[in-house]
Design a protein around this ligand. Structure first.
Ligand SMILES: O=c1ccn([C@@H]2O[C@H](COP(=O)(O)O)[C@@H](O)[C@H]2O)c(=O)[nH]1
Length: 237
């Protein structure tokens, strides 16, 4: 059983900016769990993963693979050599693609990082999903269906909004992970996110991990913002 935690999205353009940010957390008793996304990984490559790991952080490598099964299997086999704790694919790639991802990610000794699937991006509204993507179903149904597909393919959980964490747990079981971006403080700016809620509400609904970027990285005091997330979502330890 994994313990509820806050994951900081390190959406920075360079290693230099990332380490300047991380240096602020030197005195923290807990080493924050970090997410490395496309921007930082494409800028710096695998060395940024190794260096952050060397500093003792857990890493969610958020590259959201979405391609034909053979390509995803081979790409995941490469990523399996990086010592990350969690990585992901898009559930829209189908059950076959997700199964291929599991195969590729599994190391010769049978171990692998956690693998989760993005359901519908938290920046997508039901209106746009129906109107632009021509997916003609309630968004909650789509998310639960993608979560069931991910579970069938052998994945460990999904990325969804915290608003959907409860229904995913109900459909797929309490152990099936919900990793949830789309988190804002009650007084915060939504930016490009659509399906959002607060860290406190995410905890009530049952999310396992909240992923928080700009509310922490763009805060005037990022450490205080991170502590606020931990206090609301994890509570007293
Ligand atoms: O559906 C998704 C999947 C991934 N993300 C990522 O999470 C963070 C959120 O950052 P904020 O600044 O807190 O909005 C970002 O790295 C996204 O790539 C997501 O938001 N929604």
């Amino acid at each position: 059983m994994l313990t509820r935690d806050v994951i900081i999205a390190c959406d920075f353009a360079s290693a230099e900016a990332t380490f300047a940010f991380l240096d602020k957390f030197e005195q923290e008793p807990r080493k924050p769990f970090l997410k490395i996304g496309m921007e930082l990984y494409y800028a710096e490559g695998p060395s940024i993963v190794r260096e952050i790991k060397r500093r003792g952080h857990r890493i969610f490598l958020d590259l959201k693979l979405h391609d034909i099964p053979n390509t995803v299997r081979k790409a995941m086999a490469v990523l399996s050599k990086l010592d990350v704790d969690m990585c992901n694919v898009h559930a829209a790639g189908t059950i076959d693609m997700m199964r291929a991802a599991v195969e590729g990610l599994t190391r010769p000794d049978g171990t692998r990082p956690l693998l989760i699937a993005v359901t519908q991006l938290t920046s997508t509204s039901e209106e746009r999903m129906r109107g632009e993507l021509l997916i003609d179903a309630p968004i909650d149904e789509v998310i639960v269906r993608y979560a069931r597909n991910a579970r069938e393919a052998g994945l460990d959980g999904v990325v969804c909004s915290p608003l959907e964490a409860g229904m995913v747990k109900q459909a797929c079981g309490a152990e099936f992970l919900t990793v949830t971006p789309g988190v804002r403080f009650a007084d915060g700016d939504m930016g490009d996110q659509v399906r959002v809620t607060t860290p406190a509400r995410a905890r009530e609904i049952g999310s396992d991990f909240i992923v928080v970027g700009r509310p922490v990285t763009a805060a005037s005091d990022p450490v205080a913002a991170y502590r606020r997330c931990v206090a609301e979502f994890v509570g007293a330890e």
